[in-house]
Ligand binder design. Structure first.
Ligand code: NDP
Length: 331
């Protein structure tokens, strides 16, 4: 083990947050009970925010090692539940917010955050899924628990479809037999989305017009990672008794709609959080991913980039230009 290793650190210089590729030592890491040698992390929308210096919203204190996801091998632990050599992953739990995260060759984390790497996935595949993909699985779980949408009956809408959450949601829903409509702003992703299993693609602009409170009942279910006017329009277009699983704000954090879809059509807005999701939900989501996410579809979503390219990719994800998922090679 070499004495120093690279990490992407968000730090304060002259009162401004900046991102630097630095050499750290094990002595620099926080004092949690488990040391992990990381193989890959991933780029999520929240990482884009953190790396852009938007620290009030993501990194709560500086310096902060970025990266809300990591996969790797346990080097040492004081936990009786894990041992050196175990392959593990962490999604969220405050990584890159209150705790140092995965853009680093090594990290110390709390053993209670660890999920065993599912046998179905290589470390690279696990980070190709990452928080975005695991959140898509949480959204599909939420829709299934609600129970209105049924495979083969009615259309299920996915917004922000060509992004990370959207791509995995399209693939999971299609594999489970739902008729998936993908909403995207990028015509050049239609073929990609159809290959993931979408039966049709619509222009996201069709969901960005003025919000009439009740519109034609069109969707049996929806996964929304966009928020704002898009989500308000989606709610107004849901079938009676249907639900939207909402997890994101890529289009804005406001919700400029009315209560009418909820009180006249019993439409449910199911909020989905991945960061503090309890362990049983995480394990169920990863089981679904192992069962229902075909390796070829996952490969079609995946780009691998070194840590040195993170600033470029962070800008791209905030601009809505990343297709699928970016895996970060931390070696
Ligand atoms: P991506 O950037 O990969 O995907 C977001 C997609 O949304 C884009 O690809 C684009 O899709 C669409 N989009 C972007 N900007 C706009 C806009 N202004 N108006 C309409 N659509 C837009 O991000 P992720 O998939 O990683 O994350 C998506 C959202 O989900 C983020 O807000 C993220 O913070 C949130 N999230 C929340 C989690 C939770 O725990 N609740 C966990 C993970 C993510 P297209 O080009 O196809 O239109």
């Amino acid at each position: 083990m070499s004495n120093t290793f690279p990490a992407v650190v968000i730090e304060e210089t002259d009162g401004k947050a900046s991102t630097v590729l630095k050499q750290l030592t094990l002595a620099d890491l926080p004092a949690h009970d488990t040391l992990v040698e990381i193989q890959y992390s991933g780029l999520n929308y929240k990482d884009g925010l953190a790396l852009s210096g938007n620290r009030n919203k993501v990194a709560r204190s500086l310096p902060m090692v970025g990266g809300i996801d990591l996969v790797g091998t346990v080097v040492e632990t004081s936990s009786s539940q894990w041992k050196a050599g175990d392959q593990v992953l962490v999604n969220g739990f405050g990584l890159s917010e209150q705790h140092w995260g995965g853009f680093s060759r090594f990290q110390r984390v709390k053993s209670e955050w660890l999920v065993p790497l599912p046998a179905a996935f290589t470390p690279l595949q696990a980070m190709a899924i990452g928080t975005a993909g695991y959140t898509a699985a949480l959204c599909v779980d939420a829709l299934e628990r609600w129970g209105h949408a049924q495979p083969g009956r009615g259309k299920v809408l996915v917004t922000g479809a060509a992004g990370g959450v959207g791509s995995v949601a399209v693939a999971l829903l299609a594999k489970a037999g739902y008729l998936v409509t993908a909403s995207t702003g990028r015509v050049d992703t239609h073929e990609y989305l159809k290959a993931l299993g979408a039966t049709e693609c619509i222009d996201r602009a069709s969901l960005q017009g003025p919000v009439r409170p009740l519109q034609r009942e069109t969707w049996a279910g929806a996964v929304d990672s966009v928020g704002s006017v898009t989500l308000a329009n989606v709610l107004a277009q849901m079938e009676y008794g249907a639900a939207v699983a909402a997890c994101g704000l890529a289009g804005g954090m406001d919700l400029p709609g009315t209560v009418l879809p909820h009180i006249l059509r019993s439409v449910a807005l199911l909020g989905v959080d991945s960061v503090m999701a309890p362990m049983p939900k995480r394990l169920a989501a990863w089981e679904r991913l192992a069962r229902d996410l075909p390796a070829d579809k996952l490969a079609s979503m995946t780009t691998v980039a070194p840590m040195s390219e993170l600033p470029k990719w962070a800008e791209a994800i905030l601009a809505g230009q990343v297709r699928g998922r970016v895996v970060v090679d931390v070696s």
